[in-house]
Structure formats: structure tokens, C-alpha cells
Design a protein around this ligand. Structure first.
Ligand code: GLU
Length: 417
């Protein structure tokens, strides 16, 4: 196996992981051909009348990577970085993530290349609706079900449901991550962070790793990062640094979570939090700590900083935060990397519960959602740890092996090959 280089695009990096799993599994060439590339890709131009009267045309995508195990599933990213290659990479990660969690979906992702911070609420509404109309012919409760991702949340999901409903009639199960009042599920918003900490705890129990007293750094203080920080503190960890897009704060003695959450709620950023030093988003990754949780954007851990990362354990809250080159550095020095397709699967797992509730027209209690989420996350973590031991591979390789194996089996059973 050749040593990974860091000149790969995001999709090439995920494909690199797929190829490695396929080699280890001795997958047939036929199956590889069917699993390597997205099954369908749609690019749409999305015209939006801005508040100042001018017309701006944004480019959007919906990429359906693999549908062997069920309807396509995956979020919608509104971000300047959401180009074709990035969306393709994220779509393929969804294929392996849903298979690893063993929920009955394929993998997809959508995105619009835009900067939501520069758009008014009205502009965002028009953009979301036009994008939804333009991809609607691919969607359906049994075809493809979007969800939130970076730059989108409950608000955009409500607009998507409404725009789809205007064309096809009221269809709550067309999208997940909706507001509770419109058929969203209890526990969905908390799910990615919640699931990440469930994975961490399950791994810790299996490895007799004591969480209390461990120092933690979290990059990203959105839905995922802020919850990871809070829940890790509840486990007795010392959260020494956190950051958001505007920068970070660091105190080696630990940040008071209640104070920090209050500060963030009023200031809209963690920056400026008293009793902590300012750090940049680059610096935060190389601070001394036991556990590093990148929970923001992709490829932040790469060949330029991997050898300066001090954490012994990396909890990947974000999608593809580690390049294959950095991954190799971490593996060589014996660091443990809990991989994205396992760690952040909680979001799509509770999306599955939301979809199931919508189809049944029945609502589960928050306790039931969290209980069922725990069952899935613990089982998936145990499977990954067992596979890594049995096959003598890394946790990421084990996670990909399980996902790839399941998708391959579904393809065989359907009689494609
Ligand atoms: N965007 C989230 C992810 O990357 C959730 C996707 C979903 O719920 O369908 O896993």
C-alpha cells in the first residue's frame, strides 16, 4: 500500500479510504466499480433576487452516491466550500456512515455554494425554496431525504418541506431535522454531539480508559462542538480550549462550561470569554491535551500540522477533518483516531427515527429517542473495535470495512453483479 499524499481532493481522500478497505476485504473489481463513484449527480443553477433588487445566481448540487441499502440520505450544506468535489466526498461518507450505523439508507449530500452570513433571512428563504424546487424531482420519502448540515438548520428544513409540499402536497417525511412543531423529532438537534460522546464513552469502557480528568480541546462550537464540550465536561473531563469561526479561547486549568455557554449565548461567539487566552483556529489544534475533537470543517488536520498535534486521542465530530496524510502520522505515533463515520453518525441515526416517526404519524418521547440512539451507537462502536482487533487494522479502516462490506452485500443481494 502506498503512503498517502496530501495533494488529494476531498473526494479522492474518501475514495482512498474506500480503496484501502476494498483491498483489505479483497473486494471483486465488479463491486468496486459499482461502489467507487456516485450513482447520480445533479448540478442546478439557483437564481435569487437579492434585497437590493439585483439577481444573483448560485450553484447547487445534490449528489446521490449509493442507493443499494435504501433511499438516499444526507444533509444540505450552504457554504462557500460546498463545491462539486466536496459534496461528492460528503455524499460518499454518508454511504459508509449509514451502512456502519446499519440504518436502511444509502448516501447523498447536497449543497449550495454561498455564504449564509452575507444573506438576509428573506434571501435565505428564497434560495432554499428555489434550490428545493430545482432538486425536487430527485427527492421523495422513499427516494432521497435531505437534512441539515453546515450552514443549514431547522429553519431551512421547514422551508424545504414547505417548498416540496407546494409541489407535491404536505410531506413531512421528505426532510429530517425539522422543527419539533412541524414533525421534527425530540433529540435530533442534540444527536450528533450526543452520539459522539456515546461513542467516546463506549470506546473508553472497552479500553479501560478513564475519562474523568482528561483534558479536551474542541474545535467548532456549533451544534456538534458545543454539545461535545458540554457533555465531555459532564463526564468529568477538563475542557481547556474551544473555538468557533471567529477564533478560540484557552485556559490550561479548564473553562467553566456554564459561564462559557452564557457568554456564547450573549456574545454570539466564544471569543472574548474572560479568564481565558485568545487562540486561533490553527493554534487550538496543536495545544497540549489528551483528547482533540475537531467538530467544524474538513481537512483541518493535515500534513502541515499533524506532527505538532499532541492529543493521544482524536474524536472526529466533523466530516473528514483528517487527511489521509495526517491519519498516517497519527497511526505511526500510536494515537487513537475515532473516525467521523462512526463518531458523528448520531445525527443521521436520529434523522432515521424522525423519518420513521413521520411515516407512522407518531411521536416518540425524548427518552425513547436517546435510548434507541444509545443502542445504535454502542453497537456500532463495539463492532468497529472488534473488527479493528480481529483484522489488525485502525479504527477508521475497521469502520470503512464494515460499511463497505454491508453496501457490497446489498448490491450482491439485489443481483446487480
Ligand atoms: N449532515 C449530517 C451528517 O453529515 C446529518 C445527515 C442526515 O441526518 O441525513 O451526517
Amino acid at each position: 500500500m502506498t503512503q498517502p499524499q496530501d495533494n488529494l481532493t476531498p473526494f479522492q481522500s474518501v475514495t482512498w479510504c474506500f480503496d484501502r478497505a476494498a483491498d483489505q476485504l479483497k473486494l471483486s473489481n465488479d463491486l468496486r466499480e459499482l461502489m467507487r463513484r456516485p450513482w447520480r449527480e445533479l448540478r442546478v443553477e439557483v437564481p435569487v433576487r437579492l434585497d437590493n433588487g439585483t439577481l444573483k445566481v448560485f450553484t447547487g448540487y445534490r449528489i446521490q452516491h449509493n442507493g443499494a441499502r435504501g433511499p438516499y440520505k444526507g444533509g444540505i450544506r450552504f457554504d462557500p466550500s460546498a463545491d462539486e468535489d466536496e459534496v461528492r466526498a460528503l455524499a460518499s461518507l454518508m454511504t459508509w456512515k449509514t451502512a456502519l450505523a446499519d440504518i436502511p439508507y444509502g448516501g447523498a449530500k447536497g449543497g449550495v455554494q454561498c455564504d449564509p452570513t452575507q444573506l438576509s433571512e428573506g434571501e435565505m428563504n428564497r434560495l432554499t425554496r428555489r434550490y428545493t424546487q430545482n432538486i425536487a424531482h430527485l427527492l421523495g420519502p422513499q427516494r432521497d431525504i435531505p437534512a441539515p448540515d453546515l450552514g443549514t438548520n431547522q429553519r431551512e428544513m421547514a422551508w424545504m418541506m414547505d417548498a416540496y409540499g407546494q409541489m407535491y402536497g404536505h410531506t413531512p417525511s421528505i426532510v429530517t431535522g425539522k422543527p419539533i412543531e412541524l414533525g421534527g423529532s425530540y433529540g435530533r438537534e442534540a444527536a450528533p454531539g450526543h452520539g459522539a460522546v456515546m461513542v467516546m464513552k463506549t470506546w473508553a469502557a472497552l479500553n479501560r480508559y478513564a475519562l474523568p480528568g482528561k483534558s479536551v480541546v474542541v474545535q467548532g462550537f456549533g451544534q456538534v462542538g458545543s454539545r461535545i464540550a458540554r457533555l465531555m465536561a459532564e463526564e468529568g473531563c477538563i475542557v481547556v480550549a474551544v473555538s468557533d469561526v471567529r477564533g478560540g479561547v484557552y485556559n490550561p486549568k479548564g473553562l467553566d462550561m456554564a459561564d462559557l455557554l452564557r457568554h456564547n449565548a450573549t456574545a454570539g461567539t466564544v471569543r472574548g470569554f474572560r479568564g481565558a487566552d485568545a487562540v486561533t483556529n490553527a493554534e487550538i489544534l496543536t495545544l497540549p491535551c489528551d483528547i482533540l475533537a475537531p467538530a467544524a470543517v474538513g481537512e483541518v488536520l493535515n500534513s502541515s500540522n499533524a506532527d505538532r498535534v499532541k492529543a493521544a486521542l482524536i474524536l472526529e465530530g466533523a466530516n473528514h477533518p483528517t487527511t489521509p496524510g495526517a491519519d498516517a502520522v497519527f497511526n505511526q505515533r500510536g494515537a487513537t483516531v475515532l473516525p467521523d463515520i462512526l463518531v458523528n453518525a448520531g445525527g443521521v441515526v436520529v434523522s432515521y427515527f424522525e423519518w420513521a416517526q413521520n411515516i407512522q404519524q407518531f411521536r416518540w418521547s425524548e427518552d425513547r429517542v436517546n435510548q434507541e440512539l444509545r443502542v445504535v451507537m454502542e453497537r456500532a462502536t463495539q463492532e468497529v473495535v472488534r473488527r479493528a482487533q480481529a483484522a489488525q487494522v485502525t479504527l477508521r479502516e475497521a469502520a470503512f470495512q464494515i460499511g463497505v462490506e454491508r453496501v457490497g452485500r446489498a448490491i450482491e443481494l439485489r443481483g446487480f453483479v
